[in-house]
Design a protein around this ligand. Sequence first.
Ligand code: NAD
Ligand code: DAU
Length: 356
Amino acid sequence: MPPCHLITGGAGFIGSCHVLRSRTAGVRVVNLDKLTYSGNPENLAALRDDPDHIFVRGDIGNDELTAHLLEIHQPDAVINFAAESHVDRSIHDPDAFVRTNVLGTCALLRAALRYWKALPEDRRAAFRFLHVSTDEVFGALRPGDPAFAETTAYAPNSPYSASKAAGDHLVRAFHETYGLPTLITNCSNNYGPRQFPEKLIPLILCNALARKPLPIYGTGGNIRDWLHVEDHCEALSLVLEKGEPGRTYNIGGRSERTNLEVVRALCGILDRLRPHPDGPYADLIAFVADRPGHDFRYAVDCGRLERELGWKPRHGFEQGLEDTVRWYLDHQDWTDRVRNGEYRAWLETNYGGRRA
Ligand code: NAD
Ligand code: DAU
C-alpha cells in the first residue's frame, strides 16, 4: 500500500505545489479544500485523471467531514495548509481568520486525535500531524537583530499572525496534553508559480503587465526573507519524514531583500523579457500609504533544519525570481481567470483609499 496523506488547503499556492510533489513521490493524496477566493482547482489540472488524488471540497472546521475522510481513507499523516493567508485581508476582516486559522485548526486537531487514538499501535507510532505556519508569529525584527530562531518568543502583530500563533499554540497543546505526534513549521515569504495575485510579487507582475501603478507601502524599506515554494515543500517532506514529534522547525531562504529591491528586480526582468515602448516598468512605481502595523523585517534562522535534517534551499533568489516571472508571462490566462469580480472588489477595498 502506498502512503496516504490528508492534505488541507491543497488547491492554494503552497498546498498545490505540495500535492503535485506528493503525487510525483507516489503518495496517495486526499485533498480537502474549501475553495475560498485563493483556492483554485486549475492549480491541480495535471491531476485531473489521477485516481490517487481525491479532491474533496469542504471546510477544515467541519469535524464530521474530516472524521469521515480519516475513517475511510486511513491516512498516515495530516498536513494542514488550509488558512486565510493574506495580512491585508486580515486587517479588513479579522473574524474570517479566527474561524479558519484558530477554530478550524482546533476542529481538525480534534478529529485527528480521535482517529489517531483508534489506530493500531504500529500505525499510531508512525502517524504525524504537520501544521504549516509562518515566521510572522515571531513579530518584527529591527535592522541588525538576530534572525528568528525556534526559541524566539511569539509576538504577532497582525490579526493574521495572531490567528496563526493561536493555531500553533493549539497544535502544541494537543501534543503536550494528549500526546498527538505533531510537527510545526514556521516559514518565511514564499514565491513561485501559482501564487494568488494579492501578494507582492504576483500583484506587481499583474499590474506591470497591465501598465497600472506598482503600489509600494511606505518607503519600500521593509525587509522579507524570500524562499522558493519548491524549497519550502522539500523541507516539509523532510520534516514529515525525519522531524521529532512535538518540535518546531523554522524554514527560511537566507535571501533578505527590501520590498523596493524586489520590485526593482521584477521591473528589470520584465524590461529584458517583455520591453514596453512607453519606457521602463520602474516608471510605474507608486509609493502609497503604509500597511497599519507593518512588520519591518523578517529573517529566519533555519540552522536546525539544515543541521538536523540536512535541508538546503536549491533555488537562488535571482534565478528563482526570473523563473517565476517567466511562469506568469506564460500563464496570463491563469491570472486573467483569477482576477474576477471578487478580486477587483478586493483591489478597491485595499488600494482605493491609499492614494500615491
Ligand atoms: P493560499 O491562500 O494560497 O491557500 C490557502 C488554501 O486554503 C486555499 O486553497 C483555500 O481555499 C484553502 N482554505 C482556506 N480556508 C479553508 C478552510 N476553512 N477549509 C479548507 N480549506 C480552506 O495560501 P498559501 O500562501 O498557499 O499558504 C498556505 C499555508 O502556508 C497557510 O497556512 C499560510 O499561513 C502558510 N504560509 C504561507 C506563506 C507564504 O508566503 N505564502 C509563508 C509561510 C507560511
Ligand atoms: O512571512 C510569511 C508570510 O509572508 C506568510 O505567512 C503570509 O501568508 C504571506 O502573505 C506573506 O506575508 P507578507 O505580508 O510579508 O506578504 P505580502 O506579499 O502581502 O507583502 C510582502 C511585503 O510587500 C510586505 O512588506 C508588504 C509589502 N507590500 C505588499 C503588497 C500586497 C507592498 O508594499 N505593496 C503591496 O501592494
